[in-house]
Design a protein around this ligand. Sequence first.
Ligand SMILES: Nc1ncnc2c1ncn2[C@@H]1O[C@H](COP(=O)(O)OP(=O)(O)OP(=O)(O)O)[C@@H](O)[C@H]1O
Ligand code: NI
Length: 307
Amino acid sequence: MLSISNLSITFTQYNQGLRRKHLHVITDLSLDVQAGEVVAVVGSSGSGKSLLAHTLLGILPTNAEYTGTLLFQGQPLTQKRCERLRGRAIALVPQSVAYLDPLMKVGHQVQRVAQLNGVSPAAARTLTHQTFQRYDLATNTQRRYPFQLSGGMARRVLVSTAVVTQADLVIADEPTPGLHPDVVREALTHLRELAEAGRGVILITHDIEAALQIADRIAVFYAGTTVEIAAAQDFSTGRLRHPYTQALWRSLPKNDFIPLPGNQPNPEQLPEGCLFSDRCPWVTPECTANRPALRQINNGWVRCIHA
Ligand SMILES: Nc1ncnc2c1ncn2[C@@H]1O[C@H](COP(=O)(O)OP(=O)(O)OP(=O)(O)O)[C@@H](O)[C@H]1O
Ligand code: NI
């Protein structure tokens, strides 16, 4: 359904004195998403997760330039097409009620999204009603304003907006931090159900353990690239391919809880070779000379020559 190959994004910034600098925020990122699957995108802060979502929604800032191939349903995903599909075939589950209109009753907002997707006003009312029922939102919730919702209700309203779009691809950015564990589980369950209903789902999160609960595959981002794409079970069975993924996994509290020293490279000055080379326990001279390609190993993908 979605196929991203070798996506690179550069931001151009002007400093004082009009000195231009280029930030390489995404480098050779590749990822596929099939209908009916949840692909989790994990990686630390600044690894490019949200930028990927913004690219697919066509909302990158104007100082961003990108290269690479983006295909959605087999057709190139141009800026024009992104705008046409946004909120329709490609929908975002926003991370907070801040995305809702504070002055409009939530039932009306969900109906409007349905209508934007070509549903008639009467059918949009019925669909909204059914969707609210489906997510255990009492009928009178429709008449509430966003500020009158509890955190859990707000999440269910946000999921409802994505559900009424009938979108083929649903993107959820960071739906979990700071939420009560029950609410997290509920939010994840809703995403899983969207996939069971045949949609493609991208779940963007810091939380690998949350991702593993519902994802079919996990794409690990580092410094704006995909270092590994693994099946969820590769984590528990110890079949991870990339040293960064292995380090991430070991750093979890339930495992060794050993953090990986160092930081991601500065997007202004990326290393010539492998983007992980300066932190890698396996580094050899070859790694610092050339960027490794994404290779397929055991039904997964890895960007490391030593894997
Ligand atoms: N408008 C912008 N101009 C310049 N750099 C930007 C811009 N937006 C994002 N970046 C940079 O792009 C990189 C990736 O950012 P992004 O928001 O995608 O990270 P993320 O993985 O979503 O992080 P987080 O987990 O904190 O949400 C970061 O280095 C960030 O500073
Ligand atoms: Ni983000």
